[in-house]
Design a protein around this ligand. Structure first.
Ligand code: CP
Ligand code: NVA
Length: 303
């Protein structure tokens, strides 16, 4: 059993560890906002392997590392020997001799596992086709800053049961809140993850009615209908149109419900402008908190 503090998926960490990471993020946020000069990552290096595009994840990890004294190297598949067939296992061994942690954004979750198995430094999941745990850590921080503890609250996902939705399932089980997933039948989250959530006693409700899902929710969340790598855009847009988060749908949630979106948003598809830019939307705070959540994750991984 590895002693390394990998941050691979929320379901692999206990609630106490997740709370520790969230608290570290919040504490580092407060300190940075107060003008703190702490440099806990002085002399430490994070390598980021990006096999897919990224704005928020890439920049927040880079800036977060640098604000706390560390350095970052970004590698894309095509600009490195990975693109010419060097295995991730061999790459992990080499990078572990140079760096203190490795973040990877990739399509195949098996590649994340391969990297974590071969690396001798902590590995962080910066998104796979199955999950996006760093995003959900920022989302939890954002909800709790605005509304207090998320435990026992009702979160509703309306849209594609994608990687971000699947990390929400992990978080609901671990942190003890209700998660309603309003998804069209063909785009529900993976049955394995749903079965895991049931076995763990999670309060997860699956519905094909967005109206039923959103009723009296404390937080409404959605994401793009067409994730990176999806090739069936037309089918998705047709199936997901009834799951659009618009003012009519938000009106069914609690009056003080928040709206979140991991971004990038496709305005007019999964969310309308009046919701994105409306008073219940906290999407910019959510994006900002990626920076502080990454610091919390790095702090835990590098300790
Ligand atoms: N939310 C998120 O992960 O954004 P990026 O794809 O820009 O990193
Ligand atoms: N579900 C989206 C999230 C982007 C941050 C995707 O995988 O493209």
């Amino acid at each position: 059993m590895s002693e390394l503090r990998h941050f691979l998926d929320i379901d692999q960490l206990d609630a106490g560890t997740l709370r520790d990471i969230l608290d570290r993020g919040l504490s580092l946020k407060k300190s940075w906002m107060d003008g703190g000069q702490e440099r806990p990552f002085d002399g430490r290096t994070l390598v980021m392997i990006l096999e897919k595009p990224s704005t928020r994840t890439r920049v927040s990890f880079q800036v977060g590392m640098q604000q706390l004294g560390g350095m970052v190297v970004v590698m894309s598949e095509h600009e490195s020997q990975l693109g010419r067939g060097e295995t991730l296992a061999d790459t992990a061994q080499v990078l572990s001799r140079y760096a203190d942690a490795i973040m990877i954004r990739t399509n195949n979750p098996q590649k994340l596992q391969d990297l974590a198995t071969s690396a001798t430094v902590p590995v962080i999941n910066g998104l796979t086709d199955n999950s996006h745990p760093c995003q959900i850590m920022a989302d939890i921080i954002t909800f709790e800053e605005h509304r207090g503890s998320i435990t026992d609250r009702v979160v509703t996902w309306s849209g594609d049961g994608n990687n971000v939705a699947q990390s929400w399932i992990h978080a609901a089980v671990k942190l003890g809140f209700t998660l309603r997933l309003a998804c069209p039948d063909p785009l529900e989250p993976s049955q394995d993850i749903l079965d895991w959530a049931v076995a763990e006693g999670g309060d997860i409700v699956l519905t094909d009615s967005p109206e039923e899902g959103v009723s009296k929710a404390d937080l409404v969340v959605t994401d793009t209908w067409v994730s990176m790598g999806d090739t069936d855009a037309d089918m998705r847009r047709e199936l997901l149109l009834p799951f659009q988060v618009n003012a009519d749908l938000m009106a069914l949630a609690n009056p003080d419900a928040l709206f979140m979106h991991c971004l990038p948003a496709h305005r007019g598809e999964e969310v309308t402008d009046d919701v994105m830019d409306g008073p219940q939307s906290v999407v910019w705070d959510e994006a900002e908190n990626r920076l502080h959540a990454q610091k919390g994750i790095l702090s835990w991984c590098l300790e």
